[in-house]
Design a protein around this ligand. Structure first.
Ligand code: ARG
Length: 407
């Protein structure tokens, strides 16, 4: 029986060529799976025309899955609870979509009785790691194939290959940027961006072009750590994300320019635009400032860094990541309330207010006014004991400590 491969299909040049190449070189049947994670398919092309391209390339079938709500509810929600930003900056846009795609690849591989799944990544990026480690976590018996890592074709060669096999592609031999997008944002690499000294060009941005120069103020409401409404209008998480991408993005908010450490040992300069992700995480973290007990808050911050690293490194389906999720979930029972954000073009955002029915902020304790309820006399003994060890130590040092020392 001819072996079957389920390919993560994007509709782009590489995965279209991969369909035909695997058929020719390996004699397999190829089932394409196109997962809609909220990417604006090249120039707004319809999924139907992408499906036709897969079929023209020789696919046995092309399955289209709408995973937008799934991505929001089962992936972005975890990232929000974790305030996830790799290296303190990047909100894991591509890193979050790969495990969504992997889930569907494995599902379809089972349905179609395939022996392997395949992806279109080259050898230099993180996405190959996420596809392969993720697939092996869900289905250790499936092989993972990476034709583009093997074929040794340049972009121009691939364009020639596509035209030789009558695969209808709009790609040209020169492509400036490599862009990956989903509802959590857009990742942009290549072209001038490869020079870390060069300011990023305006051209590849789509979500963060300034179309509104008026200040925008809006309120995000959270229940148990997740956004449930914008300006008191209740909506699904996917809709909160879309609303913020639109409203915050229009003021130019959401750009990142960073040099990051890839899992495969390469430092790379990348730019991102992720207005909703950055606004939601900032608001969520701010509400935690108001509602989390101090030790929980500090411990959580340490674990957030680790969580982001794991997810970036392709460990979405891993026991440590799941254990951290359980911890984060436990912390979120009091993260309920509203956060007020103010956006000013171009690209400035400030959090200007927050409130919660379960805030740990106690005005009576905090105030310097007459309504003060803090017991000032308690402070004296507390501070003396707090510093007692240091005072004892200092006394034993004698005069040594009294004279200022040169560094
Ligand atoms: N550097 C980012 C990451 O590793 C973005 C990768 C974008 N992927 C792409 N195929 N262009 O998550």
């Amino acid at each position: 029986m001819t072996k079957r491969v389920v390919l993560a299909y994007s509709g782009g040049l590489d995965t279209s060529v991969a369909v035909r190449w695997m058929i020719e070189e390996w004699g397999v049947e190829v089932v394409c799976v196109m997962v809609n994670v909220g990417q604006d398919t090249d120039g707004g092309e319809s999924f139907e025309s992408i499906r036709q391209r897969a079929m023209a390339a020789g696919a046995l079938e092309c399955v289209i899955v709408d995973a937008r709500d799934e991505m929001a509810e089962e992936f972005c929600s975890y990232a929000i609870r974790a305030n996830a930003r790799y290296e303190g900056k990047y909100p894991l846009v591509s890193s979050l979509s790969r495990p969504v795609i992997v889930r569907h690849l494995v599902d379809q591989a089972r349905k179609f009785n395939a022996h392997a799944v395949a992806h279109g990544c080259t050898g230099k990026g993180n996405d190959q790691v996420r596809f392969e480690v993720g697939t092996h976590a869900l289905a250790p018996d499936l092989e993972v194939l990476a034709p583009a890592r093997l074929w040794g074709m340049t972009r121009a060669d691939s364009v020639d290959y596509a035209s030789k096999w009558d695969i209808p592609i709009s790609a040209t031999k020169e492509k400036i940027y490599s862009i990956d997008e989903n509802l959590w944002g857009r990742a942009i690499e290549c072209g001038d961006i490869e020079d870390p000294w060069a300011a990023p060009p305006e051209e590849p941005y789509t979500l963060t072009r300034v179309t509104n120069t008026e200040p925008v103020e809006l309120t995000i409401s959270f229940v148990d750590g997740l956004p449930t409404a914008v300006d008191n209008v209740a909506m699904s998480l996917a809709d909160v994300i879309a609303t913020l991408n639109h409203r915050a993005g229009a003021t130019g908010f959401g750009r990142l320019d960073m040099v990051e450490n890839r899992r495969v040992g390469i430092k790379s300069r990348e730019v991102y635009e992720c207005p909703a992700a950055l606004a939601i995480i900032a608001a969520h973290a701010d509400l935690e400032d108001l509602t989390l007990e101090r030790d929980v808050h500090h411990e959580k911050a340490r674990l957030e860094f680790r969580w982001s690293e794991l997810v970036y490194d392709g460990m979405w389906f891993s026991p440590l990541k799941e254990a951290l999720d359980a911890f984060f979930l436990e912390t979120q029972r009091c993260v309920t309330g509203d956060v007020r954000l103010r956006f000013e073009a171009p690209g400035l955002m400030r959090i200007v207010g927050r409130r919660s029915p379960v805030a740990l902020y106690d005005h009576g304790l905090a105030t310097y006014e007459a309504s003060d309820t803090f017991r000032h006399v308690d402070a004296e003994g507390f501070v003396r004991l707090w510093g007692l060890g240091i005072a004892t130590w200092a006394a034993r040092q004698g005069a040594k400590n009294a004279t200022p020392r040169k560094p």
